[in-house]
Write a new protein. Structure first.
Ligand code: DUC
Ligand code: ZN
Ligand code: ZN
Length: 469
């Protein structure tokens, strides 16, 4: 099967140039001006448009069992929605219950993800510790292509990792050549503040950000980074939402630590006023952790992205509909945490990043795709346009415009946090390993067409680091 994308301007993280791209059997086979279409080859005209690596969302939770319910978006509907927005790969999370065998949990998530329409991989959360977990982490890295382990420093009484667990798992990650990652919020502090707010009779969604102040994130980011510094393991902090956490990353990087930060499209563009909405459902629809913050934090996050202190953008796509959020009508701590974004991440970042001059088009590719591929060791298979790479491509129309709405999105959720936002710059065509999955509003995602992407360990680089210790 071959496709020739003709007449577009290729944009990678490094370069912008006019060339055609020939895709054969799922891979990029040739790049050059005036390429000839082989017999039987489909030709797509990309004149006046950009041809970019498909987006990679490093942070999604499809059909996650969480807070007494299950996320409404499954691996098929979620990856299909991603394809409609130009995202061609995701890294989701296996989250074992405490005491659940982590290999069993991994197999369960692999089963669920069979229906994916786009390629996918997994970070595996370490939610408890014993010798079997230590052993099984090795199996996951050596045999299953897992190279990152996630630690929730929040969610006390459920999946929270204490310092002992962080120490053991970070040290084991270093040994294995895997990246340690954290959700940085001080879970004890959040728990105590939740109790205090409820006791004071503050039970609505407006209490959610009050229970998770920026200091709770800054403290956890500092603690995780300091542990990682002493242990010598690289650390990636997911969904950085505050100045406090960003400053910790900058400090660590400035001291030569291998520290990375991800920012969510939602945290860049939505502020905490959403929790004051007198319509309970609308306020609850924005309950996610960490919460949306003040404009001051948003400005700092943009600068973090522009300066390279934050390297990747994700969504934490985790969908709960109004009937699910209603579980917390009398107690905000029971509102399932999560919001959607996979379909809109690329267009909102283009609109508010590229169109405002904050990001160049090459930086856009870096922060939506290439940096994630590099940090999680799947580059240049993913995140780049070169011969031999997977033909995960998006043809991007910088002039196309739309108003984001729940009425037209493909995500399986009854609300959209970007509702009413006018965006300019949209995917016109999305290819997943050479197959056209989206053309101008026509979503042709195929259930089960996505493949699991193994991510090799970083042994050589890690060996060098471990030796310095
Ligand atoms: N935050 C959310 O909002 N949802 C899923 C997990 C998380 O950390
Ligand atoms: Zn999180
Ligand atoms: Zn998450």
């Amino acid at each position: 099967m071959s496709t020739l994308i003709r007449g577009g301007t290729i944009v990678t993280a490094e370069q912008t140039y006019r060339a055609d791209v020939l895709c054969v059997d799922g891979k990029i086979a040739a790049i050059g001006e005036g390429l000839e279409a082989p017999t039987g080859c489909e030709t797509i005209d990309a004149g006046g448009q950009y041809v970019m690596p498909g987006g990679i969302d490093p942070h999604t939770h499809m059909q996650l069992p969480f807070m007494g319910t299950v996320a409404s978006e499954d691996f098929y509907s979620g990856t299909a929605a991603g394809l409609a927005g130009g995202t061609t790969s995701i890294i989701d999370f296996v989250i074992p219950d405490p005491k659940q065998n982590i290999l069993d949990a991994y197999r369960t998530w692999r089963e669920w993800s069979q229906k994916s329409a786009a390629d996918y991989g997994f970070h595996v959360a370490i939610t408890w510790w014993d010798e079997s977990v230590r052993e099984d982490m090795g199996t996951l890295v050596r045999e299953e292509g897992i190279n990152s382990f996630k630690h929730f420093m929040a969610y006390k009484g459920a999946i929270m990792a204490d310092d002992e667990l962080l120490y053991n798992s970070f040290a084991r990650s270093l040994e294995l050549g895997a990246m340690a990652t954290v959700h940085a919020e001080n879970g004890e502090l959040v728990f105590q503040l939740q109790k205090k707010l409820l006791a004071e009779g503050i039970t609505g969604p407006e209490a959610h950000p009050l229970s998770r102040p920026p200091a709770a994130e800054g403290e956890a980011a500092n603690r995780a980074l300091r542990l990682a510094e002493v242990i010598g393991v690289p650390l990636y902090i997911v969904h950085v939402s505050t100045i406090e956490a960003l400053e910790e990353i900058k400090r660590a990087r400035g001291q030569g630590q291998r520290a990375y930060g991800e920012v969510l499209a939602g945290h860049l563009l939505i502020d905490e006023s959403v929790y004051q909405n007198p319509d309970w459902d609308k306020a609850a629809a924005h309950v996610m952790s960490p919460p949306f913050r003040s404009k001051e934090h948003q400005d700092a996050l943009w600068k973090g992205l522009q300066s390279g202190a934050l390297q990747t953008t994700g969504t934490d796509h985790c969908c709960f509909c109004a009937d699910q959020k209603a579980a917390g009508r009398d107690d905000f701590t029971l509102i399932p945490n999560g919001t959607a974004g996979i379909e809109d991440r690329m267009s909102v970042l283009w609109t508010h990043g590229v169109n405002t001059g904050k990001l160049t088009i090459n930086e856009f590719v870096a922060v939506t795709s290439s940096n994630t591929a590099k940090i999680f060791n799947i580059y240049p298979k993913k995140g780049c346009i070169q011969v031999g790479a997977d033909a995960d491509l998006v043809i991007w129309d910088p002039a196309a415009t739309k108003t984001i709405s729940v009425k037209t999105h493909h995500q399986n959720i009854d609300t959209n946090i970007f509702e009413g936002m006018q965006v300019t710059g949209l995917a016109s065509h999305t290819f997943t390993r050479g197959k056209l999955a989206y053309i101008d509003g026509d979503l042709r995602a195929i259930r089960g067409a996505g493949e699991y992407v193994k991510r090799p360990a970083f042994s050589a680089a890690f060996d060098a680091l471990a030796k310095q210790k």
